[in-house]
Design a protein around this ligand. Structure first.
Ligand code: XUL
Ligand code: CO
Length: 441
């Protein structure tokens, strides 16, 4: 059901429905069929697609060379609360027209930050009540909330890792409010993306102390949220750089090591973002695999980077081959632990028509759907799994199995090798594996 406010913002566009790949209606899904079952779950259940409030209703396409190019009709009022309500109307109209069930936000996306913390709290409370009503009316749910502790200049030296305790306390106040808001809106999860938690130069930074502070802060946030009845999962969203030269949550392996070191691994999982993976010189599927192996694959921020440059371009996903490799990991991991697929992606600066975010989200959803269907076929009707398992067959019984069980010593390995023939060379067959993906796309 479409939910509009006093006025309709996306005029002329109705519900986006699945029409199949032969449809020539640009405002329809060609592959994403929410009800279609894939390996026992509907596509809607697999993905839990979410719209990112910040990119779709706040960001106007500004870049370091010039201001925003997109003009939003919901931004016209001079009263910040009216602007916030108009923006919420636009957001819920868009989400319900897309037929998506979820959204994600930062505190400051919902309403402009005021000069004082107490005024902020009032504003957030007020817009929270407005959005709560819209959630009830539409059935749209909150996948996760977060706090923006990186845009305000007060955080230029970091938030939880700031060398000044006064700033750490301010971040605490802001995150407490964001947690309260997330809980009151029934948020299923809460995200910590590092923002400015990292450093520009080690010369002026006590890294060990900052990491201890970050952990202490997360412990406090967890304890507070749990005391308020929050049952959801906390996610860390790794990123190697931007805005800091070095971010503390560099990649999945780093974040997992950190969470385990400080005993946070039970409450926290990871939110893996495609373009963050590639900035860390990994592939998306690498980061998903690292998280899945640790039982910490919580959620996904879907987007893509640009192969020709090295920053976070946050483009919408379109690459079927790349996303199919990711969906193979996704399906084999049994899906996400609590999270969903949040389109943390923005349209290009020169995409200035209001309808452009429909094309973007339709393309993103279709890319994931097509990749999921392809991955399902690869797993159920190709030799992919058996070929990969065969590479490890020597560990399935005999001495290989004893090695895996931990019942051999290094001397045993030595004895075995000295008594054996020289090992055969066995092909890794990478090109054959690559062709299987192409064959099923
Ligand atoms: C930044 C980023 C953020 C987080 C939420 O690169 O991805 O939008 O997802 O703070
Ligand atoms: Co993100």
């Amino acid at each position: 059901m479409i939910l509009t406010g006093d006025k309709e913002f996306y005029k002329g566009i109705g519900s986006i429905k699945y029409e199949g790949k032969e449809s020539d209606n640009p405002f329809s899904f060609k592959f994403y069929n929410p009800e279609k079952k894939v390996m026992g779950k509907s596509m809607a259940e697999h993905f839990k697609f979410a719209v990112a409030y910040w990119h779709s209703f706040c960001g106007q396409g500004g870049d370091p060379f010039g201001p925003g190019t997109q003009q939003f009709p919901w931004d016209s009022s001079s009263d910040p609360m009216q602007r916030a309500r108009d923006k919420a109307d636009a957001a819920f109209e868009f989400i319900t027209k897309m037929g998506f069930e979820y959204f994600c936000f930062h505190d400051v996306d919902l309403v402009d930050e005021a000069d004082s913390l107490s005024e902020n709290e009032k504003r957030l409370h007020e817009i929270g009540e407005y959005i709560s009503q819209k959630k009830q009316d539409s059935g749209v749910k909150l996948l996760w909330g977060t706090a923006n502790c990186f845009s305000n200049p007060v955080y230029m030296n970091g938030a939880a890792t700031n060398p000044d305790f006064n700033v750490v306390a301010r971040a605490g106040a802001q995150i407490k409010m964001a947690l309260d808001l997330t809980i009151s809106l029934g948020g299923e999860n809460y995200v910590f993306w590092g923002g400015r938690e990292g450093y520009m130069s080690l010369l002026n930074t006590d890294m060990g102390r900052e990491l201890d502070h970050m952990a202490q802060f997360l412990v406090m946030a967890r304890d507070y949220a749990r005391s308020r009845g929050f049952k959801g999962t906390f996610f860390i969203e790794p990123k190697p750089m931007e805005p800091m030269k070095h971010q503390y949550d560099f990649d999945a392996a780093t974040a997992i090591g950190f969470l385990r070191e400080y005993g946070l691994e039970k409450d926290f999982k990871l939110n893996i973002e495609v373009n963050h993976a590639t900035l860390a010189q990994h592939s998306f599927e690498h980061e998903l695999t690292v998280a899945a192996n640790a039982g910490m694959l919580g959620s996904i921020d879907a987007n893509r980077g640009d192969n020709q440059n090295g920053w976070d371009t946050d483009q919408f996903p379109v690459n079927i081959y790349e996303v199919t490799e990711a969906m193979l990991v996704f399906l084999q991991a049994g899906g996400l632990k609590g999270g969903g697929i949040n389109f943390d992606a923005k349209i290009r600066r020169n995409s200035i028509d209001l309808e452009d975010i429909f094309h973007a989200h339709i393309g993103g959803a279709d890319t994931f759907a097509r990749a999921l269907l392809t991955a399902e076929k690869i797993l159920t009707s190709s030799k992919f799994t058996s070929l990969r398992n065969e590479r490890y067959a020597s560990f399935d019984n005999g001495q290989g199995q004893e090695f895996e069980n931990g019942s051999l010593t290094l001397e045993d390995l030595s004895d075995i090798a000295l008594k054996s023939k020289k090992p055969n060379r066995i092909s890794g067959k990478q090109e054959f594996f690559e062709n299987i993906i192409n064959q099923f796309i």
